[in-house]
Design a protein around this ligand. Sequence first.
Ligand SMILES: [Zn+2]
Length: 357
Amino acid sequence: MLDKKAQSFLETLIITPSPTGYESAGQKVWKEYLSGFSDKVESDSYGSALARIQTNNDVATVMLEAHADEIGMVVQHISDDGFVTLNKLGGSDSTIARGKKVYIYNKRGRVTGVVGNTAIHLQENKNGGGKQPAWKDIFVDIGVSSKEEALEMVQIGDPVTYTDEIEFLNDEIITGRALDNRIGGFVIAEAMRNLKKRKKDLKVNVLALNAVQEEVGGFGARMMSYRHMPDSAIVTDVTHATDTPGINNKEHGTVKLGGGPSIQHGGANHPALVSLIEKVAEKKKISVQHEATSVRTGTDTDSIFFQRTGIPSALISLPLRYMHSPVETASLHDLKALIELMTETVLAMEPDQAFSV
Ligand SMILES: [Zn+2]
């Protein structure tokens, strides 16, 4: 289990809505927590948040990074009879939307809606499982009967999330909406908390970046890494646990829930930084898993490593089942191991730490 302070922060961070492009409520929670043990906390114009532990102006700076946004939906259209059509923010899967409840957020507060699911009796295929719907086929019922009534409650462009929050299946397994990647914001926050406690052993400066708009192209990470140009970056995001039925391991690799954080190899992942992470894992007896990045990592790492003259970067991922669904599922064992690995890697860095191949 996590300590009380961490557990309550994790729960608040995950349930606070933060869909792509609308991250400010979640960022407020993150910044408030970080301000308890950082030397400085700031934001840029689009809302990416940065916390800093400064040891000495003359030493190297490492950045810990996660993205602050979750996938979601947005109000696209309202019909004359008051039904709301959605579009996706990031990679939201339209085939799992029907029959679920959503929250629509705006300045006036929060509206609950149900995603209509035409009764099986009325479907053309009486066995259910009709044609896979696209977002344009999905409609939300907010309990009104006209466009005018609907417009008193919601407007075009309001962000939407599922109503799911988080739950523990047992002491070990957490499930919920938005683990991708609010749990990454949690990881870098807890690593900062550890580093602050062990500041006398810390030989580098540390930035923690919780970046906006990853799910649509890694934009927040680009802006902030260009601005601050750290000497290296350790990024964390979720990765696919491939240990559930129907996944081809030959195609997608072998990652087990509970098997430890997954170290990524190749592409944007700098070999010397990856090697340092592996050495630290071995020394601290942290079990890890391995993945090949192939072309892109599909995370903010891709946005960070090539800024200006290059930032040696590495991605350490948290295994996650059912990514981009409201029942994303992760293991606390992996979560704690990831925080420890990140913390210990930073503590292993020398004042003049540089990476070359
Ligand atoms: Zn992610």
